[in-house]
Ligand binder design. Structure first.
Ligand SMILES: [Zn+2]
Length: 93
C-alpha cells in the first residue's frame, strides 16, 4: 500500500545522516552551497552514487566538492528538499 512512506531525508539527524541512497529513494538531488561566495547549486544524485556508492553520507559530500564559481573547497551539502508551496509534496489531512 505504501500509505506511510518514510521520509528519511526529511529530518535532520546527525547520528544517522541521510545517504545518497536515501535521496535517490525519495527522488531528491543534493543541494550544495559555498560558504565563501554564496554560490549554490543542485547536483544530481545518480552520478554521485555511481562514484561513491549509495551508503555515502550526504553531509560528507561537501569535503569532496569545490565551488564552480570561486573554486573554494568550503562547500556544504544537504538533501535538496522540495520547497513548501511548490506543489511537489503531498500533505496529510
Ligand atoms: Zn564559491
Amino acid at each position: 500500500m505504501g500509505a506511510f512512506k518514510k521520509r528519511v531525508t526529511a529530518r535532520h539527524d546527525p547520528v544517522d545522516p541521510a545517504t545518497l541512497g536515501d535521496l535517490a529513494a525519495d527522488g531528491l538531488h543534493v543541494f550544495c552551497w559555498c560558504h565563501r561566495c554564496g554560490h549554490n547549486a543542485e547536483v544530481e544524485t545518480a552520478p554521485l552514487i555511481a562514484r561513491l556508492g549509495p551508503m555515502f553520507p550526504v553531509p560528507e559530500l561537501g569535503g569532496r566538492m569545490r565551488c564552480t564559481a570561486c573554486e573554494a573547497r568550503d562547500v556544504a551539502t544537504r538533501p535538496a528538499w522540495p520547497r513548501h508551496g511548490g506543489g511537489q509534496i503531498a500533505r496529510y489531512g
